[in-house]
Design a protein around this ligand. Structure first.
Ligand SMILES: [Zn+2]
Ligand SMILES: [Zn+2]
Length: 378
């Protein structure tokens, strides 16, 4: 093993390309990058040299291969690995994005607002991989899950703890592809070598866990929405969720609609992520708060939400801000909202409140009942 040259596992001395010597079997919920890292280590090399020898380019780790793998790179990998093209694609989020994005046909690069980004945006360094230290501890061979790449997954459903992104000792973002062949364990910090399986993590909220679980079932198991807010289909559901998350982020940041937030019994919390970050660029705590808010509002039917928004005088503008791509459900909601807060006050019609059924917050027993109903689908 000591003599391993970085090309020996795929090229013989006459330069003829050979297959990868040792190929671990991918787990069904594993990411492609996790499998590449494990395969590199199994062959006595490091992930960077291994990827370079397969893909013939250095920049491959700047792409998000877990989101989707371009055709040329897929061809190169399948020539050297025994995995079929379908299997390689199934280790990425591409099939899920194709199923769930509202406009899949206009989406050749498989962009989706729920995928956690990697790389640089302006001067903001994002990325790395979120993980549950207890899952890595329990695994026979530690590996990274596809679920952890999606922004609504803030906690591990098995261990009920928030996912983490950084080494607690040196604050470096978890980046196992940067490990050398001398540290061939995916769970080590690539900067200080600490065993990340020992990282302390925090508890999460049960309602958020249940909400997250329902979203994963819809996304990974093609199950329709079990929520009161019934939407047309799953594409519509996720696009609607995205707009509500942005709405609650703005409401929190600018202190808008305090009466609605009180009505939903949201805890007092100040979003920490700066620069108007989108949901997928927020800290895990910020995302947890916003998911909690959505888990509350999604217990109401569309009709009830329309009434609530009217009652709290929420204008179309305050709800959408600059949003352009609306989901069908949001289209039908905003039809009922007025355009500006001033107009709303003037138009306030006393008949409206007497004819419409008053909405009250759901009692804890009702909430329990609703979540019990949802649980049957999980
Ligand atoms: Zn876990
Ligand atoms: Zn470290």
């Amino acid at each position: 093993m000591g003599k391993t040259n970085k090309y020996t596992y795929i090229t013989n001395y006459s330069g003829i390309t050979m297959k990868i010597a040792i190929e671990p079997k991918p787990y069904s919920d594993e990411t492609l990058s996790s499998w590449i890292v494990r395969t590199a280590f199994a062959n006595g090399t490091d992930p960077k040299s291994f990827a370079l020898s397969i893909f013939r380019q250095n920049s491959v780790w700047y792409r998000d291969l877990d989101r989707y793998i371009p055709e040329d790179l897929k061809d190169r990998l399948c020539k050297l690995a025994s995995l079929s093209k379908e299997k390689v694609v199934s280790l990425t989020l591409e099939p899920l994005i194709d199923n769930l994005a509202l406009y899949p046909k206009n989406n050749p690069h498989k962009k989706w607002y729920f995928v956690l980004p990697i790389g640089l945006k302006g001067f903001v360094k994002t990325g790395g991989a979120y993980f549950c230290p207890y899952c890595l501890q329990d695994d026979k061979t530690a590996y990274l899950r596809r679920e952890w790449k999606l922004a609504w997954n803030v906690a591990c459903p098995l261990h009920k703890k928030l996912l983490i992104l950084r080494c607690q000792k040196c604050d470096t973002i978890f980046s196992p592809h940067k490990l050398s062949y001398l540290e061939p364990y995916i769970y080590l910090c690539s900067s200080c070598g600490a065993d990340l399986r020992d990282s302390p993590t925090k508890d999460t909220n049960d309602e958020v866990l249940l909400f997250q679980k329902a979203l994963n079932h819809m996304a990974f198991h093609n199950i329709d929405s079990p929520f009161q807010l019934t939407t047309q289909n799953r594409q519509d559901f996720f696009a609607t969720l995205h707009i509500f998350l942005a709405f609650f982020a703005k409401a929190n940041k600018y202190n808008y609609h305090p009466s609605l937030l009180r009505f939903l019994a949201l805890p007092s919390y100040a979003i920490m992520t700066k620069n108007n970050a989108t949901f997928n660029r927020m800290t895990v705590r910020d995302r947890e708060y916003l998911l909690f808010a959505c888990s509350k509002i999604f217990q109401y039917s569309l009709h009830e939400i329309i009434q609530l928004f009217k009652e709290f005088n929420i204008s179309k503008h305050r709800f959408l801000f600059t949003y352009r791509n609306l989901s069908p459900t949001i289209e039908s909601l905003v039809q009922h909202l007025h355009d500006s807060p001033m107009l709303g006050k003037k138009k306030k019609n006393p008949n409206l409140s007497t004819t419409s059924r008053a909405i009250s917050p759901k009692a804890p027993s009702q909430v329990d009942k609703l979540f019990k109903e949802i649980e049957q689908f999980l």
